[in-house]
Design a protein around this ligand. Sequence first.
Ligand code: F6R
Length: 614
Amino acid sequence: MCGIIGYLGDRQATPILMESLKRLEYRGYDSAGVAVLEMPTSGSARLTSVTKSEAKVDTLIDKLKANMPSGKLGIGHTRWATHGKPTYINAHPHTDCHSRIFVVHNGIIENFAELKAELEAAGHEFTSDTDTEVVPHLIEANYKGDFLSAVRAALRRIRGAYALAMFTTDDPELLVGARLNAPLVVGLGENEYYIASDITAIIPYTKRVLVLGEGEVAAVTPLGAEVSTLDGVSVEPKLIHVDWDLSQAQKGGYQHFMLKEIHESSEAVANAMRGRLTDDGTVSFREFDVPDDDLRRHSEVLLLGMGTSLHAAMVGEYVIEDWAGIPAKAMDASEFRYRRPTFGKDALAVVITQSGETADTLVGLHQAKERGALTVAVTNVVASSAARDADGAIYLHSGPEIGVASTKTLLAHLVSLYLLGLRLATVHGRVSLERRRELVESLRALPDHVQSIVDREKEIAEIAHKYSRYRNFMYTGRGLGYPLALEGAIKLKEISYIHAEGTTGGELKHGPIAMLDENFPVIAICTASATKDKMVSNVHEIVARNAPVLALVTEGDRSLAKVATDVFVMPAVEEAAGAILNTVMLQLFAYHVAVELGQDVDQPRNLAKSVTVE
Ligand code: F6R
């Protein structure tokens, strides 16, 4: 949510800001801007060149190319609007009354109205509707020649969430970053430094990254980066080496990142398993290395996530309950935080978050910790907030996911939850060696099975072509098929803007069936499971209402061959593995419907990849 980048070094800042903003665009893309501290001509004052666009980053880049600011210190921003419409005036960077302080921001300043009133009363003039603009004015109000002290004093007054990159025209060799409840990293290059809202922005320039902690400020100068708290106490920052490479963050010949990422599914599934599973089903997680006895003491499991990650949590709920025989509950993290949950220190809380930065999920994690639960983050981003704040981490190792809609990381989440389920089943003595071996075999065969679905893309595109004329869709399933129905629906609606909803096969006739007619197709997940026959009956009920049905069925099962309008035949695999294959099919279906309708698949309207505000 909002991408930010800052540069200080030996090279020209503008081309680097432009490239980085392009890579950050997936975080938000309703407007963009940069500020570059220009090199003074002899005797003249230092000026800052500000360029903004009220459209996507490409428009900003065209403007910059036509009039390239020259300077070695600069900041840039691509916006996902929270306060104030996506207009030129509201685009970042924002500045103070005298254009001496420039700021880009990701997050929400919760007490901005109160601060703005106070600053206006003191004579500050505001030009935008944003919450961000209070930051440069507040720094200005505290600025008495020491920029860093003024930044700290200003930030001590701010409540809410921020990741900030800032500079002042008074010091061409100082770039400042700060964070609270929003991610920020400092990249260390050769004679150059970067501040960025995420690693993807700076992958081509450096793999050495400092991760700032909550309430920390980084002062970056040509001599290096110094990190301190808002009270000025020095902090030893955490240095990490990033193993993502540039090719993973580029489209590599695919029309969209989403398609490329679906094509990386098989690898993502293999990577999520790599080094974690022995032949007899013993599972080990390097960064969540809890002894069996400790794990056994946690007799209930709470799974928290949002959106697609919540659907992964729901699959995890079914699997853990079934395999480990212990209570498991998946919850929307944004709801969890406002309830009075009954669980406590006997619980294992599993937070599922690709980015590791989703605000609602992080609050859920913190609450679970406060109640004494053992916590683990299942996440794709090393050293993300979730990974750092939880007791342990299960990393997905999927490489960067740029398409706004989660695809390959969902599959990696599911595999990780299966491994966790197997581990819990083992420590609770609920799974025989024979069953473990069966599951290992099924998991190990998954990458090839996943590839076999991806290889059928053309067939799926043809089905998508046929169905893309409808404006409403119902997805339905039972057991593991239910979260998949919800996921199929979210994927379709978020990238194609077609109305879609998901329901259990059982719930269908308690209301949703009233919607169905010949213009309201149903995607029915009828692959092999304990409730498959019930789903077959549901499909008969749907067909009786004249709704077209696309049924996902297991090979060899002919029960719907003459009933459903279309069937898509899946390989015969174990049920949990089947859920992953069904997911890939539904992702490709949604992708091709959206492409058919000419939608901007990688950057759907109103959305952003990482939702770092509540
Ligand atoms: C949908 C999608 C979102 C995310 C959700 C949580 O395709 O990508 O629903 O799943 O915003 O994001 P993370 O997993 O980063 O916490």
